[in-house]
Design a protein. Structure first.
Length: 267
């Protein structure tokens, strides 16, 4: 029997935190980024092509400030059950269609910002293509092209020893007061977990799909205070730390099993 290893966060932190935003909405630049920068908290922005290119200089400044840009597909395909999706439905997609979505989006991010994204967010959190008996997961395709990928909405924080980095849980924090976000942080802290927050717009938290500016300020102030022992960093940075640690634990487990077999044989 192997006891489950315990992941150690840097600087004696007790919990990991990644703040992420989807769709490259203008309010993220106008409201969220200044707050994040004021507290030196790195965040991850999963972007769509048109809004990225409309304010390319601003997004390049976001990268220069230490934030991360991730892939959110070229056209944001979702289930046909959403009336807004029209003909761009996952049920009609093939794996080749989805690979074009991913690679074309990567190319445009490189052209616009000079970086090749290493992280991905599933549009609307949906991870399949096709319909009925032809339904397939496109998680293996995402795994081929990215170090980690985030779902939405996730039920809880992620456990570094167990989480699947191809389908990381992302928890909504649109329209939440700081107290509700703090409760999620403290729940994750109990298991030394990684809380990944997902927002859309930023500003007046009474509006739909909007992270309240006051909540964001209080969250950043809390995370930036070393007394609260929060490791706050971009989605990609923490995912890579966890990936490397998981790989090392697998190596150690194989080595222990090899030694156990040798002892059993009397070697």
């Amino acid at each position: 029997m192997f006891s489950e290893p315990v992941f150690t966060w840097p600087n004696d932190a007790e919990v990991g935190l990644s703040i992420t935003f989807d769709d490259a909405r203008a309010s993220q630049l106008d409201v969220a980024v200044p707050v994040l920068d004021a507290f030196e908290i790195g965040a991850t922005f999963f972007v769509l092509p048109q809004p990225l290119e409309q304010r390319a200089d601003d997004w390049r400044a976001v990268l220069a400030a230490g934030h991360e840009i991730g892939n959110h597909t070229a056209t944001h395909p979702c289930t046909r059950n959403f009336s807004f999706i029209g003909k761009n439905a996952l049920e009609a997609y093939s794996i080749d269609d989805m690979e074009w979505e991913i690679l074309h989006r990567n190319e445009r991010i490189v052209q616009c910002c000079g970086v090749n994204p290493i992280v991905f967010a599933y549009p609307c959190g949906q991870t399949y293509i096709g319909c009925g008996t032809h339904t397939r997961s496109y998680v293996p395709l995402v795994s081929k092209h990215f170090a980690a990928a985030r779902g939405f909405p996730g039920e809880r924080h992620n456990l570094p020893a167990r989480c699947n980095l191809d389908q990381v849980f992302g928890c909504p924090f649109d329209n939440l007061p700081f107290e509700a976000v703090l409760a999620m942080i403290n729940t994750a802290r109990e298991e030394r977990g990684w809380l990944v927050l997902v927002g859309h717009d930023a500003g007046d938290g009474r509006q739909r799909q909007t992270v309240d500016e006051k909540t964001l300020k209080m969250l950043c102030e809390y995370a930036a205070d070393p007394r609260n022992r929060v490791c706050a960093d971009t989605f990609g940075a923490l995912a890579i730390d966890i990936h490397n640690w998981q790989a090392e634990q697998r190596r150690k487990k194989r080595a222990l099993e090899y030694q156990r077999r040798r002892r059993k044989k009397g070697i």
